[in-house]
Ligand binder design. Sequence first.
Ligand code: ZN
Ligand code: ZN
Ligand code: FE
Length: 765
Amino acid sequence: MARTSTLSLARLSVRGVVQGVGFRPFVYQLAARHNLKGWVLNASGAVRIEVEGEPAAITRFRRDLEREAPPVAHIEEITCEAGEPVGYDKFEIRDSVPEPGRYQLVSPDIATCPDCLHEILDPADRRYGYAFTNCTNCGPRFTIIADIPYDRPNTTMRVFEMCPACRKEYDDPADRRFHAQPNACPVCGPRLELCDAQGNPLACDDVIARTADLLKAGKIVAVKGLGGYLLAGDAASDKAVARLRRRKHRPAKPLAVMLTTLEEVRRHCEVSDAEADLLASPGSPIVLLRWKPESTVAASVAPGLKYLGVMLPYTPLHHLLLRAAGRPLVMTSGNLSEEPIARDNDEAVARLGGIADCFLRHNRDIYARYDDSVMLVAGDTPRFTRRARGYAPHPVRLNYPSRQILGVGAEEKNTFCLTRDNFAFVSQHIGDMENLETLEHFKDTIGLYQRLFRIAPEIIAHDMHPDYLPTKYARELSAADDGLKLVPVQHHHAHVASCLADCGVSGPVIGVSLDGTGYGPDGRIWGGEFLVADYVSYRRTAHLEYLPLPGGAQAIRRPYRAALGYLLALGLEEAIEHSSITKVYSDEVAIIRTQVKKGINTPLTSSMGRLFDAVAALTGIRPVIEYEAQAAIELEMHADDAPGETGAYPFALAEEDDTIIIRVRDLLAAVLEDIKHKTSQAVIAARFHNTIAGMIVEVCQKISVQTSLKATALSGGVFQNRLLAAQAARRLESAGFTVYTHRQVPPNDGGISLGQVVIAAHQKE
Ligand code: ZN
Ligand code: ZN
Ligand code: FE
């Protein structure tokens, strides 16, 4: 009796990504190690645990629960309360308990774990060479789920009945595959198939070896992956890359490369410890790495760039294919230019038949389209350029409990966001909303998120731009349902609020929102904005002066048009002759002059993106672009060639109606002067970057004097520029500012939906 008196009992409830990730077997083994009795079970809203034993052992159990959790679990919250001991005689895993109305976080898809990789490479293992090997620590999750709870009948694995060997693993709490819903083996699971461009199966003994031979021969192969088809080709062959680019109508935009191992990555790129960790992480994103000159990856993979997008194999199929091909492979989204990634087998043949020579596919259906994530490491901090596979639908945690709101996002790089409780579920990258296929993908995916997380929004937040497809969709929804309230949100306010929510702070801050295009309430195109803002409201305290954009959208594709428009408007006409662009486009100068003078199809803009474009065009670095932001990216690459340059150009700050106007006449005049004196493109580019960083600090200091604010938030697509982002943050910090930057969502328009929902949540009735 003396012994039981020292027993105590604890009831724990664990919330987060804790189902389908091996959490219950982990708890089972942890309880055994600490000599505790009781049980663990999956409920709809949480994993519930009851443990009984020595008080000190329970304390250690509680500590290790968090410390030693499975690698892909993500604990949001553990609650623990004491209870009366009941005298359990063992520890057991009990049957799941459904709780109506409750929801669970859903795990993203997870890259193949080391144990599974070992098995597929081990000739003695029953899964040797099996392309669909997975366990509770890895494999498909989000892309195969149609509904919760996350059980096999609710996934696209429902059609595969487990063989006795797989079933035994699935039922054994001591096994790595205990309740691994996609568990499969060569006997019972999905199978590979190689088809020609028309979708007719090709007979062959070894599908992987045959595909590798085709790749080695320069063929383009559409490979079915986790969230859709990727187009693969020999990355070391200029010919194969040119063929892929021609067929995909993608002349210059950089392509991503898959390399077999981290060691191989190091042969092609410089890899810091933080970058190596990110490459090998469960998310396994594409990481933009500094490209070594001696790399054998063809220059045409990322023309003119110093960074190469690299990823490691993240499914067994990729591991096997890369090893068989024995060379770097281009792996790019299986689509034609800006359409969504192809998902179903028939759809892929219909849409990719003109691009791919053959299809490496399988009979496990994909439920959710899911592009590869793209990240870079700045300092030691991983940052998103595109957030999808491996990360979505993991939510951003809000610092307030939210009503149920849908933010439909912006037009380019669209994501949407749904909120409930303290969670903001930012969707995976949907794409540029300029075609009906992408709009369908957007609608389908909103439906999936609403179902998975049991969300029925009462408010819809949208961009103020009346012509954006997501804005039109929001209006249609509210027209069909009187109860739905619409909240229009200004684009750059959304950027700043997104950065605040990303960092878990509410503001107010001095928001520095720099991008290419955003609708201003005055009908002009904003993009070089300093907003004093919080979740509730914003005040536009400073911005770049308005300048003409002759031809509107045409001037975005042809930066020399913006450059000429700027010079004409600023009275720098006589200096035009010094810039390299007049030689090439002299016949257009007269037309553009008339356009600007009469204001014909010439909107006014305060865009920072266009200022980068103008300088890239004037210096001759990039007068006409072939993909979005190409001019600004190449300007950054040139600046990178003059790392020691400290010079900067002048600019002026004027005040109009309590607003600071940043005047750039002196800046552009000085650039033209440098061009006249044959200063190198690298030095001009570096001086321009220094100027913009200095401009950010000076304007923030002025606003700080007026407002006493010492915190800044940097957001907008311009902050994807590594040089500018690093320099601005460093100089702001040494000037005594706190600097908030994005970590969980991209600074570009992929983050807009998060900003929209936090602003909508704080609107007064
Ligand atoms: Zn595994
Ligand atoms: Zn099996
Ligand atoms: Fe933007």
